[in-house]
Design a protein around this ligand. Structure first.
Ligand code: PEP
Length: 250
């Protein structure tokens, strides 16, 4: 049985006081939730404050990116052990916005995944096609390369620790959601590709759906066999809507 994971990607939103205020509210609202793992990924600047605020609660903290080197002359970057030091348990890697605006490739994703794992962080690796790729019918090929190249050369133990997030780029922040059937088709495909790479680890890893997930559509998505949670942008920014997502009912 895969335990669902509901993850909030706050992107470049909230100052430290705003982040702390929301988490103070959220932790009360979801204090009794035990059957879902909860993750908040704030900006780098708010990680440490949120890690302190969530100590001893059921809320985990993660980062939105990572660099693969341990230290040195890499202005502006954050090393894996620094994220651990600040209180992160997870890290989002290869989000489509990083691929689109900051030159992230499957190769850099792979380096980041390995560095995260080597430091005990759980990578949430994002894959997904653009609208153009969906319309050109090349999306299976694109997603397969993202999975095969971004997640190559892991040990058996490492392969079991990965979380994958399928996020069709055309559904991120647009209000357009993939239908539960469209999402399930790709989730099952990703699990099949992963099983060819790492055999039975594919049955254990969680595959999240991301792209305009909100309280109104979460339970239909979560009913699907291969959808193990959500990676949520907009609807994770308010305590009441994120509470509703965490408390989705199948
Ligand atoms: C995301 O940030 O990964 C995302 C899916 O955003 P939204 O939920 O706003 O579409």
């Amino acid at each position: 049985m895969r335990k669902p994971l509901m993850a909030g990607n706050w992107k470049m939103n909230k100052t430290i006081p705003e982040a702390v205020a929301m988490v103070k509210d959220l932790k009360e609202r979801i204090a009794d939730v035990k059957d879902v793992d909860v993750l908040i990924c704030p900006t780098f600047t708010a990680i440490s404050a949120l890690a302190m605020e969530t100590k001893g609660t059921n809320i985990n903290i993660g980062a939105q990116d990572i660099f693969w080197e341990a230290k040195g002359a890499f202005t502006g970057e954050i090393a894996p052990n620094m994220l651990v030091d600040a209180g992160c348990k997870y890290v989002i890697i290869g989000h489509s916005e990083r691929r689109q605006y900051f030159g992230e490739t499957n190769e850099t994703v792979n380096k980041k995944v390995k560095a995260a794992l080597a430091n005990g962080l759980i990578p949430v690796v994002c894959v997904g096609e653009t609208l153009q790729e969906r319309e050109a019918n090349t999306y299976f090929k694109v997603i397969e390369s993202q999975v095969r190249e971004g997640l190559k050369d892991l040990s058996k133990e490492e392969a079991q620790k990965i979380v994958i997030a399928y996020e069709p780029v055309w559904a991120i922040g647009t209000g357009k959601t993939a239908t539960p059937d469209q999402a399930q088709e790709i989730h099952a495909f990703i699990r099949k590709v992963y099983s060819e790479m790492y055999c039975c680890a594919a049955d254990e890893i969680r595959i999240l759906y991301g792209g305009s997930v909100k309280p109104e559509n979460v339970s239909e998505l979560m009913k699907k066999e291969d959808i193990d949670g959500g990676l949520v942008g907009g609807a994770s920014l308010k305590a009441d809507s994120f509470e509703a997502l965490v408390k989705f009912s199948k």
